[in-house]
Design a protein around this ligand. Structure first.
Ligand code: PLP
Length: 428
């Protein structure tokens, strides 16, 4: 595709911004897209081409680009003249709505990004338990903090035995302390979770899980798995931490914890909570959250936390999604895509499957059942990358990485979804 203005701008940005992108995942070959405008389900790039967006800000858009109702609320926040660094009625109302909607949210504190929310949750849990270590699942992503940017997408050659993975670091710069403090286990294996919790219960502050591992595409929990994690952690006195940065407000108004009927001790949220405005939250049991009350010994800070604009956007978004209708529609649309995709793949004799929930989905090029990171990583990487490049050529905005979660939001019409499926058909 000829994109002269994009190329010119990319050359400009690359001179002063490493890689030409402000978040490394944004890079696509041969150079990333640069956008001018967005509305609903569509993105328009600087060369004037329209794309159906299936990245939806990595799951952050639940309503759609530029939703007027959320934007008007945010404008109202701006027009008060209040800047960050103080509380306002906006942050109070947003916290109250959170408390009403999310099962574990006896108490809530806002922050800015998913990475920050996870960092705050771990500090709170370390303050509460006086223990340092965490258990993390292979294939899950929880932001780029030292303790969690481990075994996100390890090379299978280096990953070691499935039952006791080698530690593989997704970046340089992780401190030795963090390396020592993170224990890696596979997802969807309750026996190994129980073993790790029992062996380490005197040293761990939490068992951390993405309830659905969207960061390795879309790996669903096996029937009863999250309940088993709840029982194992409860029996051993270890807090259960759900990272609901993607699942939150998307699977059900109360997130994965409502959808699967399993209440963690504490959870992190971001993305859909404000339809893409930069805000996140830590929410959990009063007893745990209270440790970050001033004077109780655990730090919680941030000038921009609970800003007027972002909490106004949060309140408006939560009002629009709390009756569950949008989540119902997204779940139905994802089921429709799964079914239609399978017909297309079978017709074309291609070994591929589309798995999804709540509008988030991933196409895996394999007929092996996807239950954990290793089964996902065994799917065909080169076919996956080529497929996403083909979609990009057909004006479906995606990302050409492997094990990437694509998404749709409330603004995607049936026609958009069928256009995505048609493009998938010719991209297989
Ligand atoms: C489950 C999960 N946790 C945490 C993060 C980090 O969030 P952020 O990129 O806002 O720092 C992400 C981001 O993709 C995520 O998917």
């Amino acid at each position: 595709m000829n994109r002269p203005k994009t190329k010119e701008l990319f050359d400009r940005i690359s001179k002063i911004v490493p890689g030409g992108i402000h978040s490394n995942i944004r890079y696509v070959e041969p150079f990333p897209y640069i956008f001018e405008k967005a509305e609903g389900s569509k993105l328009i790039d600087v060369d004037g081409d329209e794309h159906i967006d299936t990245v939806i800000n990595y799951g952050a858009l639940i309503l759609g680009h530029g939703d007027r109702r959320v934007n008007d609320a945010a404008k109202n926040g701006i027009e008060t003249g209040l800047t960050c660094g103080i509380e306002s009625e906006f942050s109070i109302a947003a916290a109250e709505k959170f408390n009403e909607i999310v099962p574990c949210a006896e108490m809530i504190k806002f922050s800015l990004s998913g990475t920050e929310a996870v960092a705050h949750a771990l500090t709170i849990l370390r303050g509460y338990t006086k223990k340092d270590k965490i258990i993390k699942m292979e294939g899950a992503y929880h932001g780029w903090n030292d303790s969690v940017i481990i075994n996100v997408h390890p090379d299978l050659e280096k990953a070691g035995p499935e039952s006791s993975p080698n530690k593989v670091y997704d970046t340089q710069g992780i401190t030795q302390n963090a390396k020592n403090n993170t224990i890696i286990i596979p997802y969807n294996n309750p026996e190994l979770a129980e073993k790790a919790v029992k062996e380490n219960k005197d040293e761990i502050c939490a068992l951390l899980v993405e309830p659905v591992v969207f960061n390795s595409g879309a790996i669903m929990p096996k029937e009863g798995y999250l309940k088993q994690l709840r029982e194992i952690t409860e029996d051993n006195g270890v807090p259960l931490l759900f990272d609901e940065v993607i699942t939150g407000f998307r699977l059900a108004p109360g997130g994965a914890q409502e959808y699967y009927g399993v209440t963690p001790d504490i959870a992190t949220f971001a993305k859909a909570m404000a339809n893409g405005f930069p805000i996140s939250a830590v929410a959990g049991k009063k007893e745990i959250m209270e440790v970050c009350t001033p004077g109780k010994g655990t730090m919680y800070g941030g000038v921009y936390n609970g800003s007027q604009v972002c909490t106004a956007a949060t309140s408006a978004t939560l009002d629009l999604i709390r009756d569950g209708e949008i989540q119902k529609k997204l779940n139905e649309s994802t089921s429709y895509m799964t079914k239609r995709f399978q017909e297309i793949a079978d017709d074309k004799n291609v070994k591929a499957q589309l798995i999804g929930l709540g509008g988030e989905f991933c196409v895996y090029f394999t007929d092996e059942e996807i239950v954990d990171y290793r089964s996902a990583a065994r799917s065909d990487k080169s076919k996956s990358i080529q497929f996403h490049r083909n979609l990009l050529e057909r004006n479906i905005y995606t990302y050409d990485g492997f094990l990437f979660h694509n998404g749709i939001c409330a603004a995607h019409t049936k026609q958009d979804i069928d256009s995505i499926l048609t493009a998938m058909e010719s991209s297989l």
